[in-house]
Ligand binder design. Structure first.
Ligand SMILES: Cc1cc2nc3c(=O)[nH]c(=O)nc-3n(C[C@H](O)[C@H](O)[C@H](O)COP(=O)(O)OP(=O)(O)OC[C@H]3O[C@@H](n4cnc5c(N)ncnc54)[C@H](O)[C@@H]3O)c2cc1C
Length: 330
């Protein structure tokens, strides 16, 4: 039986996304733990992407499939979906991993539906059972438990993982084969979508992933007025503001680009300050590797205290104005 592990290589403007390299490292780790290992295979789709293959081989892929065509310059779900469907049907991989990015979160379920398999989305860990089958670990019930997701009857076993959860592997000596995919079948397609351009919105202030200090607010911050105090504190500390899910739903925080956790970003700042956050697994797995974790919650039993270096029991509404004033004077 074919035990190949595939990794979808995401890229933009000639640069491979870090998450794809992280997944290559994970694919090698899984392969090394298999009883009867297959190959680690990378798949690159795009226009003018051949130059990315050597780097992919350096990061451990043993084979690289390249689908290159001017029509594939920008991400096009209809073309990309059909190419992956065809490739999977021809090669029958055992496992297929993608980044849980905006692109991967759209592409993975679409491909899974085409080849009639499932996807474990936003996993935080991947393991194997004693038959070399994938066990994808996903937080469930608001992050209170971790669920093992299995896909015993269908192939490939697909999973997506957020950037930053896994470590980037070391480079190795590149060796492996580059295989060109015949794309003649694309001529028969009549896509209804037409991608126009790739737009990147530059974030304001310090980018969350690069910030040495992260000031993170949760539902306990309570209202927009107190949220603004949090923003001022972050600005004065030269840090970035971050949030859990509820402040986005409440409209205090501007968007998901600020969210930390399984569906958000994984960060490793020197200092993480958390205000009014309960400590659900969905959030914890994105911040637990911060250097120093200080959190404030009015509930002394809050889960966040279990991963905190300093836990302060208090009311955010009393503490935030005091902190804002203290940093204003400096
Ligand atoms: C599939 C899925 C993916 C998810 N992904 C993410 C993710 O990536 N990131 C994420 O963060 N969440 C995510 N969630 C949501 C997650 O499960 C939790 O619901 C969320 O993290 C809880 O946010 P919170 O701690 O701000 O709110 P709550 O859990 O409601 O906690 C609020 C805390 O504030 C405290 N508090 C209240 N008032 C005060 C006060 N005045 N002073 C001090 N403390 C106070 C309370 O004691 C409580 O501990 C996801 C959920 C699902 C289902």
């Amino acid at each position: 039986m074919n035990k190949d592990i595939w990794v979808y290589i995401e890229h933009a403007e000639g640069k491979i996304a870090n998450v794809s390299l992280e997944l290559l490292g994970e694919a090698i780790r899984i392969k090394n733990n298999m009883q009867k290992p297959g190959q680690v295979v990378a798949v690159i789709i795009g226009s003018d992407v051949r130059g990315l293959a050597p780097k992919v081989l350096e990061y451990g892929a043993q084979e690289v499939y390249i689908a290159e065509d001017p029509r594939l310059k920008l991400y096009h779900p209809e073309y990309y979906g059909v190419i992956l469907e065809q490739l999977i049907k021809e090669n029958d991989p055992h496992i297929f991993l993608m980044g849980a990015t905006y692109l991967g979160s759209q592409l993975a379920p679409m491909v899974a539906a085409k080849v009639k398999t499932g996807v474990a989305a936003h996993c935080i860990e991947l393991k194997l059972d004693d038959q070399d089958n994938l066990i994808a670990v996903v937080p469930a019930f608001g992050g209170k438990v971790l669920g093992d997701i299995l896909c015993p009857k269908h192939r490939p076993q697909m999973a997506t993982i957020k950037p930053g959860i896994l470590n980037k592997p070391d480079k190795t000596e590149a060796s492996g084969e580059i295989v060109d995919i015949d794309l003649n079948f694309l001529d028969k397609l009549k896509p209804v979508l037409k991608p126009l351009s790739l737009c990147r919105e530059e974030p304001k202030g310090v980018p969350l992933e690069e910030a040495e200090i992260v000031v993170c607010g949760g539902w306990g911050v309570g209202d927009k007025e107190h949220w603004q105090l949090l923003e001022k504190i972050a600005e004065r500390l030269g840090g970035a503001v971050a949030c859990t899910r509820p402040p986005i739903d409440e409209g205090w925080a501007p968007g998901e680009h600020m969210m930390i956790g399984t569906s958000g970003k994984s960060v490793r700042p020197k200092i993480y300050l958390g205000f009014g956050i309960s400590g659900a697994t969905h959030h914890i797995c994105g911040m637990k590797d911060a250097g120093l974790i200080i959190s404030l919650n009015k509930d002394e039993q809050a889960e966040i205290f279990k991963v905190s270096d300093f836990g302060l029991v208090g009311d955010v509404k009393e503490v935030l104005p005091l902190l804002e004033e203290a940093f204003r004077l400096k």
